[in-house]
Design a binder for this molecule. Structure first.
Ligand code: F6P
Length: 323
């Protein structure tokens, strides 16, 4: 058993609904295991600058249902330099931190690995709406974000049907199409354009719309992933080619906020508790992940060397169901 007495927790990168549930779990499981738990404000930026305060059972009361992150988050330029990493490590030691729990995405994990290389024990918890962490089937915030998108699709569908229009909806996901493919299927899209797949605008968008119209469709939905972009230009092109009035909606940051779903709250709680368990058991430099449907963990270097590809079955299914 490692003699861990004090741990820090921070959220980093883009916020995601459910991050608070993870912070709560780390704090409560930590205190349950007789650890001191310190909250670090504004991610690595806060670590560098010593924005660090001891947390209590009560400091995480009434947050499980809140979107965003009570610890706030940032993307730190200074931390991306070797000097910044050293400074962050020194500050962690000033506060007596034996380990750090980092809740964030791929970039945050790379930062955590840098810290591990100068001697800090780090545990990563995947928190991003994008679901683009290679080692994990699931990331905190993904389910809530998809439900937000689906709610928007259902609303857009109402007005699209009433006016017999086409809608092009751009959804987040950075370089990944996970939100797009799932929401496109759940929302009944005619076409889903993903960064992982080359596309031909005439074959993949115009043709299904015209075919659909000839079969009696009354409205049309095209989902474009952020990693492809260009929703406004795509909408213009559709209107020119089909003469169907077409509107673009870029959903934007609404996808990052809101009350986390039960899936996000429970998964975040399990992940936060496992992060603490690993530290209590003396484990070093691990990433918590969902693998084969279970919350588990793996070595940080192994995790960061993995790649993730889009689910081809979902891509195929989306084409069949768009008929
Ligand atoms: O990673 C989450 C995410 O919302 C991505 O989907 C998006 O590309 C990015 O963050 C936007 O980042 P920022 O908050 O820096 O604009």
């Amino acid at each position: 058993m490692a003699n861990i007495q004090a741990i820090g927790v921070l959220t980093s990168g883009g916020d995601a609904p459910g991050m608070n549930a993870a912070v709560r779990a780390v704090v409560r499981a930590g205190i349950y295991n007789n650890l001191k738990v310190y909250g670090i404000q504004k991610g690595y930026e806060g670590l560098l600058n010593g924005y660090i305060e001891e947390m209590t059972i009560r400091s995480v009361g009434d947050i499980i249902q809140k979107g965003g992150t009570i610890l706030q988050t940032a993307r730190s330029k200074e931390f991306s330099t070797p000097a910044g990493v050293e400074k962050a490590y020194t500050m962690a030691k000033v506060f007596g931190l034996d380990a750090l729990v980092v809740i964030g995405g791929d970039g945050s994990f790379r930062g955590a690995r840098e810290l591990s290389q100068v001697g800090m024990n780090v545990i990563g918890i995947p928190g991003t709406i994008d679901n683009d962490i290679a080692c994990s089937e699931y990331t905190i915030g993904y389910d809530t974000a998809m439900n937000t998108v689906l709610d928007a699709i259902d609303k857009i569908r109402d007005t699209s049907y009433s006016h017999e229009r086409c809608s092009v909806l751009e959804v987040m996901g950075r370089h990944a199409g996970w939100i797009a493919i799932n929401c496109g299927i759940a929302g009944g899209a005619e076409a889903i354009i993903l960064p992982e797949k080359k596309f031909d605008i005439d074959k993949d968008i115009i043709l299904p719309i015209i075919d659909g119209r000839n079969r009696g469709k009354k409205h049309y939905l095209v989902i474009v992933a952020e990693g492809v972009g260009g929703a406004v230009e795509i909408a213009k092109y559709i209107e020119e080619k089909t003469q169907i009035v077409t509107r673009a909606t870029i959903l934007g940051y609404i996808q990052r906020g809101g009350t986390p779903t039960i899936k996000d709250r429970v998964t975040a709680s399990q992940m936060g508790a496992l992060a603490v368990k690993l530290l209590v058991e003396g484990k070093q430099n691990r990433i918590v992940a969902v693998r084969n449907g279970r919350v588990t963990d793996l070595d940080i270097n192994e995790a960061l060397n993995m790649t993730k590809t889009i689910d081809e079955d979902l891509v195929e299914l989306s084409k069949v169901l768009a008929l």
